[in-house]
Every structure is written in C-alpha cells, then in structure tokens.
Write a protein that binds this ligand. Structure first.
Ligand SMILES: *[C@@H]1O[C@H](CO)[C@@H](O)[C@H](O)[C@H]1NC(C)=O
Ligand SMILES: *[C@@H]1O[C@H](CO)[C@@H](O)[C@H](O)[C@H]1NC(C)=O
Ligand SMILES: *[C@@H]1O[C@H](CO)[C@@H](O)[C@H](O)[C@H]1NC(C)=O
Ligand SMILES: *[C@@H]1O[C@H](CO)[C@@H](O)[C@H](O)[C@H]1NC(C)=O
Ligand SMILES: *[C@@H]1O[C@H](CO)[C@@H](O)[C@H](O)[C@H]1NC(C)=O
Ligand SMILES: *[C@@H]1O[C@H](CO)[C@@H](O)[C@H](O)[C@H]1NC(C)=O
Length: 493
C-alpha cells in the first residue's frame, strides 16, 4: 500500500481527464524502486495525531510562493500546509517525521475534484517550484489559459523525483524548452492542447523511462525525432504541423499500445518497423501525406484493434492480397479517401473480430469478394464511391442488421440479388436508400439503369472532421474498460 494517496490522486486525475490507456503507469507509480527518495512509505492519515510531525519549512515557503503566483493567497494563512492540506497537495514524511510535498495540482478538473484554480487576470508558475525536491507530480489543467505564457525553462530543474508533468490546456505558447529533457525520471509528459510551436526537442529522448508522451493539439513543426523509448505506452502527437517521415525508430518502442500521429503533414510510406509492435491497440495515422506502397503485412500486430489510415492520398496504390490478413483482434478498419485502387482483397473477410469497415471514396474496382458472405460480426460497412460491380455478397439479414450503417452508393455496377428468388416486394425503397438496385437477372432492361442513376443525396457528410468510430468500435470498448478500472480505484480508496 505504499504511496497510496499519491497513486490514487494520479489515477483519479487520469481517469477524469480520460487519458487513453493509462493502465500501465499505475503499476509503475505504485512500486517504483528507482525514485531517489528517503520518504517513509506510510499513509499520511496519521499526520494529525503524530507528535512532532511538521512540514519542511523551506518547502512550505515555496508552496506559499506558488499559491500566491496562481492567485491563491489564502494558502499563506494555513500554518502547516501538509497538516491543513487542500485538494491538490499531497505530502509524505521522511524518517524524521518531516513532511515533504510530493504532488501539486491546479485546475477545476470536475465538480468532484476541485483543485485550486488560477486567478484569470494574473497567474504564472512560480520559480519556487524548483525548491520542492521531492515533487513527483505537477499538474496544471486549464488554469493559465487566460494569462498565456511560454513554458518556463526552469521546469527543467524540477526535482529529480518528478514522474508526472501535466500542463494540459493552459494556452501555453512558444517552444517546448529543451531543458525538459533533464527530467529524466518522468513517466508521463502531457503538454497537449496548448499553442506550442517550434519543433519537438531531441533532448526529450533522454527521458528513458517515459510511458506516455502527449503533445497533441499544438502547432509543433519539423520532424518527429528518432525517439526510442523502451517503455512508452502512449504516443499522441495528433493535430500538429509535423513533417517528414514516420521515424522507423518508433518500432523500438515495443510497449506502445496507442500511437496517434493523425492530422499532421507526415510523408513517405508507413515504415515496416512499426509492423512489429505486438502490444499496439490503436494505430491512427489518418490525415497525413503518407504514400504507398501499402505495407505487405500487418499480421504481426497481434493486439491491434483499430487501424485508421484515412485521408492519406496513396495515389494508385493497391492493397496486397495478404495485407490485412491475420490481425486477430482488429475491430475497426478505416481506409476511406486514400485513392486506393484495384480489388478489395478477400483476406479482409478473414478478420475474425472485424466490426467496422470503411473503404469508401477510393478507386476499388472489380467485384466484392464472395468471402464477405462469411462476415457475421460486421456492423458497419462503407464501400460507397468506388468502382465496384457485380453482386453484393451479403444476405438480406446482414443488410437489415446494418441499416443506415451500410453505404453502397456511387459504384459502377453493384447490385443486389436474393439468395433464393422469393418475394421481393417492399424492399425496393430500402435498396434505394442504400444506393443499390436489383441485379438484372430476369429483366435486364429494367434493372440496369438503376445503379447508374443512384448517387447519394446525403453524400456530403461530416465524417472528415468527426471521429467516426465512437460507438460501434474499439474506442467505445476501451472507454468502458477504462472507466471500469477507474471505478475500481475510486471504490478501493
Ligand atoms: C538541462 O538541459 C539543458 C538543455 O537541454 C542543458 O543545457 C543544461 O545543462 C541542463 N541542466 C542540467 C542541470 O542538467
Ligand atoms: C511561435 O509563436 C510565437 C508567438 O506565438 C511567434 O512569435 C514565433 O515566431 C513562433 N515561432 C515559430 C518557430 O513559428
Ligand atoms: C481495375 O482497374 C485497373 C486499373 O485501374 C485495371 O487494370 C483493371 O483491369 C480493373 N479491373 C477490373 C476488374 O475492372
Ligand atoms: C463517385 O465516386 C468516385 C470515386 O470512385 C468519385 O470520384 C465521384 O466524385 C463520385 N461521384 C459522386 C456523384 O459523388
Ligand atoms: C460521436 O461523438 C460526437 C461527440 O462526442 C457526437 O457529436 C456524434 O454524434 C457521435 N457520433 C456517433 C455516430 O455516435
Ligand atoms: C450510436 O450512435 C447513434 C447516434 O449517432 C445512436 O442512434 C445509436 O443508438 C448508437 N449505438 C449504440 C450501440 O450506442
């Protein structure tokens, strides 16, 4: 039960922030033998009763400074900050019963977790923060947004114990100071959703034990450095202005579970090295400038549940027939609007857990492989805006099951045929809605024109902007898994 309070706070923060997959940092924080600290592993509940227990006076002075700088002068009236602690400060004793500050948090995270907020007219991070040598967690969430400022370089001199630095959504601008690379004990670095620009400093590569790196939602430019973090679980660089290729060194981060590089300007082909990331659950490379050839095989991505590559213009690239084979856990496959052409590989239908397939707005031609008939798990299929033809190999049951999640319109000659030519009356409207006509078996003169005239009316949808996969896919699955874990922790505390 060591470090329990701290662990709990960190988890709660991560839970509330809904950070993706923070499951692994938890093990680390709980039993990290490398933390250079003489702190005694004891729950701090006993503090009030302990004779002689007191807060380190130098640290207490620093906390006063930090609180004044954020517009919280009330804190200076608390004679002993660890004794009269508020939500957002955590302390731990050393063996002389002197208490040290191990965690400081700011920002109104939720109704239940109200850390001190910042004065919107004049807040900043006080340099006294470097006088807290035992600090493990520093957390600012939506606090400094009204007083935009750069990330102070002195944060690079934070205590050698610092494991978690979160400066999320604070309107911070300017470059990421390369000094942050001096925080070599960091496990979690989250600078997401600010206005940071400049390039990603190479010095961050020194943080060997990094588990989670989130720099998404900034205006970072230049290439992704050749990082190789052996313990990295989460790499989130989405929505920046990053250029150059995906460095093949990412393949050395063998613990990655989530890799989101979407919405940048990355170019070149997908490097073969990342096809060996055995723990990867989410790979989102969408809306970049990646080019072909399409990788030969993703089959070593045993854990992958979502592969999202849409919006990369891989002009005239074909899918190798085995490209999508063997991904035992793939649930969501998004290859929309990539200028892919040639046939849809039949191996697609041999993905045992697949539920969502979007291959719309490409140049796929030929007929849809008959193996699609074997799809039992499929709940969403978009093959609209291609040049597919021939009989749609899906049974009526499947069509009905998918309903509006089936999009077939604007293909060259795709048509529907009942498995046994029974009563077909009444279904025409639905077929019309799906954008497909009957195959012209008996009455070729009637059926033929139907397919050609059907181009969809509600074609101008918004899924270029929205993440499409929020409720029928892996993301939902992870969301619940994640909240279950959070719930367990909240109950446990
Ligand atoms: C911190 O990093 C900067 C630049 O990366 C370097 O110049 C400086 O010497 C480092 N400081 C310490 C105390 O390690
Ligand atoms: C970064 O942004 C600041 C202001 O926000 C600007 O002055 C500076 O030129 C920008 N730097 C780069 C490299 O774009
Ligand atoms: C599909 O398109 C390619 C090139 O665009 C063409 O060579 C091939 O014959 C087409 N296949 C079918 C079945 O139409
Ligand atoms: C039909 O799909 C093709 C791509 O195969 C696209 O170029 C074309 O614009 C689409 N037509 C309509 C009317 O949307
Ligand atoms: C997905 O989520 C967004 C916002 O979270 C919502 O606006 C949208 O309607 C959702 N889409 C689907 C298909 O559920
Ligand atoms: C998914 O979202 C749609 C709204 O976009 C909703 O109608 C549908 O019930 C949701 N499905 C599930 C399984 O939650």
């Amino acid at each position: 039960m060591a470090n329990f309070i701290l662990l709990h706070t960190t988890l709660l923060i991560l839970c509330l922030l809904n950070l993706p997959l923070p499951i692994l940092p938890f093990t680390v924080i709980m039993s990290d033998p490398t933390t250079p600290s003489t702190l005694v592993d004891a729950p701090q509940m006993g503090f009030n009763n302990k004779a002689g227990a007191r807060t380190d006076t130098r640290e207490q002075k620093a906390v006063y400074d930090i609180m004044i700088a954020t517009g919280n002068p009330w804190a200076t009236e608390i004679p002993d900050v660890c004794r009269g602690r508020w939500h957002g400060i955590e302390c731990m004793p050393d063996k002389n019963n002197v208490y040290h500050i191990v965690s400081l948090s700011f920002g109104a995270l939720s109704d239940d977790t109200a850390f001190p907020t910042c004065d919107p007219t004049q807040s900043y991070i006080s340099k006294s923060i470097t006088k807290l040598p035992y600090l493990r967690t520093l957390f600012f969430y939506r606090c400094l947004s009204n007083t935009p400022q750069p990330i102070p370089a002195f944060l690079g001199h934070l205590g050698p114990s610092l494991q978690t630095l979160v400066l999320r959504e604070n309107g911070l601008f300017g470059p990421i100071p390369s000094e942050l690379g001096n925080l070599t004990k960091l496990k979690i670095l989250d600078l997401s959703r600010n206005n940071l620009n400049g390039s990603i400093p190479r010095s961050l590569g020194r943080i060997n034990g990094l588990r989670s790196l989130s720099l998404n939602g900034n205006r970072l430019m230049g290439p992704i450095p050749n990082f190789a973090f052996p313990s990295l679980n989460v790499l989130d660089l989405n929505q920046n202005l990053l250029t150059g290729p995906i460095p093949s060194s990412i393949g050395l981060s063998q613990s990655l579970t989530k890799m989101d590089l979407s919405r940048n300007r990355l170019s070149g082909p997908i490097p073969e090295s990342i096809l060996g990331l055995k723990d990867l659950i989410l790979m989102d490379l969408s809306f970049n400038r990646l080019t072909g050839p399409f990788p030969n095989s993703f089959k070593n991505l045993d854990s992958l549940q979502a592969l999202i590559l849409k919006g990369n213009s891989m002009i005239a690239t074909t899918l190798p027939n085995n490209a999508l084979e063997g991904m035992q856990n793939l649930v969501t496959l998004i290859l929309s609007n990539m200028k892919l052409q040639g046939p849809i590989p039949s191996s697609l239908a041999r993905l045992p857990k697949i539920r969502v397939i979007h291959v719309d707005r490409n140049g796929f031609n030929g007929s849809i492989p008959d193996s699609f008939r074997a799809f039992k798990s499929l709940s969403e299929l978009r093959i609209n805006d291609n040049q597919l033809s021939g009989i749609l190999p899906l049974d009526k049951d499947m069509l009905w099951k998918m309903g509006k999640k089936l999009r077939l319109y604007n293909n060259s000659g795709l048509c529907f045929k009942y498995a046994n030519d029974g009563d077909v009356a009444g279904d025409s409207d639905l077929l019309m809605e799906w954008g497909i006509g009957y195959c012209s078996v008996h009455r070729p003169d009637m059926a033929r024109p139907v397919e050609h005239t059907l181009t969809n009316k509600n074609n101008n949808n918004v899924d270029n902007i929205m993440p499409i996969v929020n409720n029928s896919s892996v993301l939902v699955h992870n969301y619940w898994l994640f909240h279950l874990l959070c719930l367990i922790f909240v109950m446990w505390s």
